[in-house]
Unconditional design. Structure first.
Lengths: 116, 112
C-alpha cells in the first residue's frame, strides 16, 4: 500500500523569505500523481500544485515550486517570497495513475506560520 | 469552483444516534470520496465510490456506511455515533480525465 509522510508538523517563516516543506512517499508504482493542497483557517482544501511522475521537469505555479526526486520518492514544496496569506495547513497527497479507483492518500500535514 | 455541497456544515449529536452526512455535486463526476480529518492524522479515506451503486471501503471504514443511488449524491452514515467519530468530514470528487480531487467545505461533527 502507498504511504505519504510529512515529517514536519509545523514550520515558521519570515514574511518575504523562502520556506521548504518536505514530503516523502512510498509506492511500487511507476505512474502516479503528486499534489500539494493548502488548507487555510476557512477549512477549504485548495490545490497548490500538482506533479505527474512521468514528467522530469519540476512543476511551478507562481511563487510555489516543487523539487520532485522520483528515485528518492521525495516531493518537497518551496514557497518563495512568503506572504501572510500563505499561513495554512499544507497537505501532500498521492494518487495512482494506473488503477481505476483513483484513491488519494494524504500525509499528516504541515502547519505553516508566516511571521510579519 | 467545483460544485460540491456538503450538508449539514455543523452537527452535534448524541452517542448512539444515527447520523447521515450528504455530499451533493453538480459536476457529473464519476468518483466521490469521504474523508475524515483529525489532528495528527491528516485526511484518511473512509469510503469511496467509482460509480452509481459502486462503493468500496477505505482505511477507516469501521462504523461507517455509504450509499450512492444517483451520480450527484454520496451519503455517509454513522449507524450509531461514537465519540471517536467526532471529526471534520470532507467529501471530494474527481473525474477520470482530471488528476486532482475537488473538495467540499467540510462538515464538523461532534458526538457528545
Amino acid at each position: 500500500a502507498q504511504t505519504v509522510t510529512q515529517s514536519q508538523p509545523e514550520m515558521s517563516v519570515q514574511e518575504a523569505e523562502t520556506v521548504t516543506l518536505s514530503c516523502t512517499y512510498d509506492t511500487s508504482e511507476s505512474d502516479y500523481y503528486l499534489f500539494w493542497y493548502k488548507q487555510p483557517p476557512s477549512r477549504q482544501m485548495i490545490l497548490v500544485i500538482r506533479q505527474e511522475a512521468y514528467k522530469q521537469q519540476n512543476a511551478t505555479e507562481n511563487r510555489f515550486s516543487v523539487n520532485f526526486q522520483k528515485a528518492a520518492k521525495s516531493f518537497s514544496l518551496k514557497i518563495s517570497d512568503s506572504q501572510l496569506g500563505d499561513a495554512a495547513m499544507y497537505f501532500c497527497a498521492y494518487r495512482s495513475a494506473s488503477t481505476g479507483t483513483y484513491k488519494y492518500i494524504f500525509g499528516t500535514g504541515t502547519r505553516l506560520k508566516v511571521l510579519a | 469552483d467545483a460544485g460540491i455541497t456538503q450538508s449539514p456544515r455543523h452537527k452535534v449529536t448524541e452517542t448512539g444516534t444515527p447520523v447521515t452526512l450528504r455530499c451533493h455535486q453538480t459536476e457529473n463526476h464519476r468518483y466521490m470520496y469521504w474523508y475524515r480529518q483529525d489532528p495528527g492524522h491528516g485526511l484518511r479515506l473512509i469510503h469511496y465510490s467509482y460509480g452509481v451503486k459502486d462503493t468500496d471501503k477505505g482505511e477507516v471504514s469501521d462504523g461507517y456506511s455509504v450509499s450512492r443511488s444517483k451520480t450527484e449524491d454520496f451519503l455517509l452514515t454513522l449507524e450509531s455515533a461514537t465519540s471517536s467519530q467526532t471529526s471534520v468530514y470532507f467529501c471530494a470528487i474527481t473525474e477520470q480525465m482530471n488528476t486532482e480531487a475537488f473538495f467540499g467545505q467540510g462538515t464538523r461533527l461532534t458526538v457528545v
